[in-house]
Design a protein around this ligand. Structure first.
Ligand code: HEC
Length: 117
């Protein structure tokens, strides 16, 4: 609210020749979101974006890369994703063991849940 009031004051006090078309700067989501604590697990979506999003498309994660198969089209189940993460691809195009343990399991579940959306 304070920011909106401040913006209103700022807009109201601008010189009359200022261009009216300029939109007020959008607030960045990170400016108000609480910083994650170091011990909080990284959300599966973020893990996917950071680890897999450079090669795969997945609409739910906003990933649009085309090196590996489009996961929305492939619609792998959880076991298939987990196997892909553990083993990589025979061609070596997808490295094995990109994630391990709980991270791998959470991303496998996330992909199985979100693919096709
Ligand atoms: C360096 C690029 C790259 C990265 C990073 C990558 N992949 Fe892949 N992925 C590929 C390629 C290429 C294929 C196709 C391999 C093939 O068919 O030989 C593939 C195949 C797959 C498959 C299909 C496997 C199957 O059963 O057909 C799944 C599921 C998959 N990746 C999930 C993931 C997930 C989840 C991550 C992140 C942990 C990830 N990939 C990271 C390149 C990548």
């Amino acid at each position: 609210v304070l920011a909106a009031v401040g913006l209103g004051v700022w807009l109201g006090t601008r010189p009359p020749d200022a261009p009216e078309a300029s939109a007020p700067p959008a607030a960045t989501p990170t400016a108000t979101a609480p910083a994650p604590t170091p011990t909080a697990p990284v959300p599966a979506r973020d893990l996917f974006v950071g680890t897999c999003g450079s090669c795969h498309s997945l609409d739910a994660a906003g990933a649009t890369a085309g090196i590996g198969p489009d996961l929305d089209e492939l619609r792998p189940d959880r076991a298939r994703v987990a196997a892909a993460i553990a083993n990589g691809s025979l061609s070596g195009a997808m490295p094995a063991g990109l994630l391990a343990g709980d991270d791998a399991a959470r991303v496998a579940a996330y992909v199985a849940r979100s693919a096709g959306g």
